[in-house]
Design a protein around this ligand. Structure first.
Ligand code: CA
Length: 232
C-alpha cells in the first residue's frame, strides 16, 4: 500500500523539522509548506491524506486555508489538524467552526500529535475507501497494486510517469503548470528543469497509446487531463 501523505503547513522551521523527521520515521510521506499560500496550493495540488495546519501563518492564515479546503469537493474530505498557541483559545472554537477535525495546542508532545494523526487517518480511511481506483474510459489506475491498466492490459510506467498520470487524472479538467507537476511527481527539493516534465509527458503519452490524447497541452501553462463528457 502507498505511504500516507501528510502536508505540514507551519512557518517555524525548527518545528517543521522536528515534525517532518518524526513523521518520516513513522513511515509517512511528508510535504512541507512554510507559508499559507504555498500550503493551500500544495494541499489543492498534491491532495495529501492529512494536513497539519498552523493558525498563524504568513500570507494566508490557517483558518482561511481550512475554509478554502472545505469549500472544494476535491479537498473537502482531507482531515485537518490545527496547531494553536495556548493563548489562542478562541482559535480552537473558530477552528472547528471552519471545519478543522482536531487541534493540538503548542507546545505539544510529538507522541500525542502522532496518536491524533493516527486516529484521524483511520477515521478518514473508514469513510473514504474508494480513492484507490481512478478511472477514465478504458484507462484505470489501481493504487493498491500500483498498476495502470489500459483496456485491462497493464502498462509499464516508471514511478514518475505513474505519479504524473495520477496527479492529472485525479483532477480532470484542471490545468497544471510544469512547476506543479514537478512538485507532485518528482518531489520537493528535486533540482530538475521544467523541460524534464515535457520529456516525461511525451513518454507517458506514447505508452498510453490511443489514450495518450487524454493528456492535453495547455498552451503557456502546462498540461491537463481531458474531462469526460457527462452526457451520454
Ligand atoms: Ca506560526
Amino acid at each position: 500500500m502507498a505511504r500516507e501523505k501528510i502536508l505540514i503547513v507551519e512557518d517555524e522551521p525548527s518545528l517543521t523539522d522536528v515534525l517532518a523527521y518524526n513523521l518520516n520515521r513513522e513511515g509517512y510521506e511528508v510535504i512541507v509548506a512554510h507559508d499559507g499560500k504555498e500550503g493551500l496550493r500544495k494541499a489543492q495540488m498534491l491532495l495529501p491524506d492529512l494536513v497539519i495546519l498552523d493558525i498563524m501563518l504568513p500570507s494566508l492564515g490557517g483558518l482561511e486555508i481550512c475554509k478554502e479546503l472545505r469549500a472544494s469537493p476535491t479537498t473537502a474530505h482531507i482531515p485537518v489538524l490545527m496547531l494553536t498557541a495556548k493563548t489562542e483559545e478562541t482559535d480552537q472554537v473558530v477552528g472547528f467552526a471552519v471545519g478543522a477535525d482536531d487541534y493540538v495546542t503548542k507546545p505539544f508532545s510529538v507522541k500525542v500529535l502522532l496518536q491524533r494523526i493516527k486516529v484521524l487517518l483511520r477515521r478518514a480511511s473508514a469513510v473514504e475507501p474508494a480513492s484507490e481506483i481512478i478511472e477514465s474510459g478504458s484507462l484505470r489506475i489501481d493504487k493498491r497494486s500500483h498498476r495502470v491498466l489500459l483496456d485491462n492490459q497493464p502498462l509499464p510506467l516508471t514511478p514518475t510517469e505513474f505519479r504524473l498520470l495520477e496527479t492529472l487524472m485525479r483532477q480532470p479538467g484542471r490545468a497544471f503548470s510544469r512547476q506543479d507537476l514537478m512538485e507532485s511527481a518528482i518531489g520537493d527539493g528535486a533540482i530538475v528543469l521544467e523541460r524534464t516534465i515535457d520529456v516525461h509527458i511525451k513518454s507517458l503519452r506514447r505508452k498510453l497509446k490511443h489514450a495518450g490524447e487524454l493528456i492535453e497541452t495547455v498552451r503557456g501553462v502546462g498540461y491537463r487531463f481531458r474531462e469526460e463528457e457527462m452526457a451520454r
